[in-house]
Design a protein around this ligand. Structure first.
Ligand SMILES: [Zn+2]
Ligand SMILES: [Zn+2]
Length: 124
């Protein structure tokens, strides 16, 4: 049924648009099923795959983590993962020092920075 498909796709997109950190498939499924209870994990995977192909969303792959997803086209940002509660935070901005790590005559095309530690809640 095309209408149901559209609703499921919209549910997944809304979940990602409203998230303030990238989400894994299980989190997307949990949140999307609050709006569209008929949605299954297979559907979430299928919708994510098609959104990735259209570059509506992007994949966030952290070392040793399952794939996470976020809306594409965001401003440049990085991530902080709390090692205690496992919560992921988006970190704004970047450091120009990264550019200075390059040896002479090298060109930097892209970079990934992942920060790990204790979030403010867990430090208490
Ligand atoms: Zn924490
Ligand atoms: Zn950066």
């Amino acid at each position: 049924m095309p209408e149901r498909r559209t609703a499921q796709k919209a549910a997944v997109m809304n979940v990602l648009a409203e998230a303030d950190a990238p989400l894994g498939v299980q989190e997307i499924l949990d949140l999307a099923s609050q709006v569209t209870p008929s949605i299954s994990q297979a559907t979430v995977y299928r919708v994510l795959k098609s959104l990735l192909k259209k570059q509506t969303i992007s994949l966030v792959q952290l070392p040793g983590e399952t794939p996470l997803y976020e809306m594409a086209g965001k401003h440049h940002h990085h991530f902080f993962r709390c090692r205690t509660c496992r919560q992921m935070y988006e970190v704004q901005g970047c450091d120009e020092l990264i550019q200075r790590l390059l040896p002479d005559n090298f060109t930097l095309e892209d970079h990934e920075v992942f920060l790990f530690g204790l979030c403010a809640n867990c430090r208490r």
